[in-house]
Write a protein that binds this ligand. Structure first.
Ligand SMILES: NC(=O)c1ccc[n+]([C@@H]2O[C@H](COP(=O)([O-])OP(=O)(O)OC[C@H]3O[C@@H](n4cnc5c(N)ncnc54)[C@H](OP(=O)(O)O)[C@@H]3O)[C@@H](O)[C@H]2O)c1
Length: 275
């Protein structure tokens, strides 16, 4: 049987790093892509120690040229792509009123347009094969909003809508789409605080402070990136993957509460605990 080929974006750390390792350990020929391959030293050490089928390739999801170059180079080396994991992302934090248009655009360029750029480059390859799975790393933040999260949350909501619509279109070519929605995960997930929100005189500074405190508490019970990687593996090895996979006890509880509550009740719960 031909060895399956997986491509993971944002593999230099966190969920992408662990996902690349888990896929390779499960015999996927894995292209661990990263915008700066110099960050691949730890992965190279593990790869050679365990003799894993991993190749590190440069891919910056915000660059048309980099994406096209990476995907063409993977195609010429392996001749196929069975699994694409769109994982690269970061979080812009700040009250909506204070966000600069440039900051919002940058956030979308990575978290949303980045996914579009890579996925549009990969779909023709999967169509040709008449098979494939696209896994988009969303978040609990793809299912509900919270204060200070408007930019990040809206990229993940957009990703959810994109994935759900794409799933109908691609089904006829036997290409499946799955969303993995982690809760808090113990990674060095980079949170960029909007420039205006760093001003201590901001009208929202108390809200931002309280939010940061609450987030810190929640992070203490966060899931490991290995847990999320194993949820990705579950989707990837399923004969008929689900559209959505929750990853973590915290996000399971929030979604359960959201199902039971009215929008107003859920709003009040978040308002009282976070703002
Ligand atoms: N941690 C959480 O609590 C959590 C919860 C829910 C969802 N998520 C989602 O999980 C995904 C991974 O986050 P993480 O927690 O693993 O954080 P992380 O350790 O900071 O990993 C993010 C990865 O994305 C990469 N990246 C950022 N911009 C990129 C670009 N333009 N091109 C290519 N790669 C780029 C980073 O590369 P560099 O090393 O070069 O910066 C890094 O490898 C994100 O989509 C995030 O929204 C995280």
């Amino acid at each position: 049987m031909t060895q399956k080929v997986a491509v993971v974006t944002g593999s230099s750390s966190g969920i992408g790093f662990e996902t690349s390792l888990v896929l390779a350990r499960n015999n996927f020929h894995t292209y661990a892509t990263m915008r700066n391959p110099e960050k691949g030293a730890k992965m190279r050490t593990i790869q050679s120690g365990e003799n894993l089928p991993i190749e590190i390739i440069q891919l910056d999801v915000t660059s048309d040229k980099s994406v096209s170059h990476a995907i063409q180079s993977i195609l010429s080396r392996s001749g196929r792509i069975d699994v694409l994991v769109n994982n690269a992302g970061y979080g812009l934090v700040g009250a909506f009123e204070e966000l600069g248009m440039d900051e919002i655009k940058e956030q979308y360029e990575t978290n949303f347009f980045g996914v579009i750029r890579v996925t549009q480059a990969v779909i023709p390859i999967m169509k040709e094969q008449k098979s494939g799975l696209i896994v988009n790393i969303s978040s609990g933040a793809g299912r509900f909003g919270y204060p200070g999260g408007s930019a990040y949350v809206s990229t993940k909501f957009a990703l959810e809508g994109l994935s759900e619509s794409m799933a109908y279109e691609l089904d006829r070519f036997d290409i499946k789409v799955a969303l993995v929605e982690p809760g808090f995960v113990r990674t060095n997930f980079s949170s960029v605080i909007a420039k205006k929100s760093q001003d201590p005189d901001s009208e929202y500074s108390k809200m931002t402070e309280k939010m940061a405190e609450r987030m810190e508490v929640m992070r203490q019970n966060a899931s490991s990136p290995e847990l999320v990687a194993n949820v990705v593996l579950e989707a990837v090895t399923s004969r008929n993957p689900n559209l959505r996979y929750l990853a973590g006890k915290d996000v399971e509880q929030w979604i359960e509460q959201k199902k039971k509550m009215s929008d107003k009740e859920f709003f009040n719960m978040i308002k009282h605990s976070l703002s």
